[in-house]
Design a protein around this ligand. Sequence first.
Ligand code: SAM
Length: 291
Amino acid sequence: EMEDIASPRRTTELLKRHGLVLKKSLGQNFLVDPNILQKIVAAAGLDRSRAVLEIGPGIGALTQQLAKLAGKVVAVEIDQRLLPLLKETLSAYPHASVVHGDVLKVDLRGLFEEQFENFEQVSVVANLPYYITTPIIMKLLEKKLPLEYIVVMIQKEVADRMSAKPGGKDYGSLSIAVQYYCEPEIVTIVPHTVFVPQPNVDSAVIKLAVRKQPPVQVQDEEFFFDVVQASFVQRRKTIYNNLAARFFSKETKSQLEPVLRQADIDPSRRGETLSMGEFARLSHCLADALK
Ligand code: SAM
């Protein structure tokens, strides 16, 4: 059995021996607390019949714990300097492998077909690089990859927005995008002391259970998300003002109020009060009016 990588002593030793200075620009904040790792791994519900895509293995602290339970682990790492180190730390786990690349550029569908064809259930489990949290999660969701769970460490503020219900300041287009594809649950809040080096923000582990079906019926997803996005452009403004600015001119603006009435939405409401079902209804009525 290999020694656990996740401790301040082991992390410092490995980085020093490989002559590595961490890059802030790549969001390299490494986990050094075994308890947090256990919480992340437990949330993913792994066993040998399940596979994992990890994003950003770093020096392999999480990868090692995933490999102890999962049938296969594939980790995508952008920083070439880490590859020899990962080869060393993961040598005891032949079913864990590292792909060198930028997760935002990698063909994930192709990767799934090549790597996970023998697995029915694949989850993403990662301590994400914070500078690209939202683009990574949106890529995973929009590509409609066949995922069971996405269990990720992210900024607490982003986790709050992803899991927000209508009515509060955290609720916005990110909440609706994430909740259209998944059921979110915050697993735990994480203090910055569990990282080396420590980030400036609070963190949280969020578990997204990927839905088989969206919770509302939407005819045109692109237009639906366009309407949602437009409704939050100026948070303090009414839904009427935001939609008028995005979809109507001075001349056509008079059509908007009847559309809102038809969708049973008071024009003086703000976007942050609308449920996903109301946005779906609104996008149908608006699409008909704009035809
Ligand atoms: N998993 C390790 C841990 O928990 O200690 C490291 C997590 S660290 C927050 C983020 C990792 O993502 C770093 O190893 C970084 O090099 C890598 N990374 C940053 N940008 C990336 C990208 N675009 N594609 C793949 N990996 C990336």
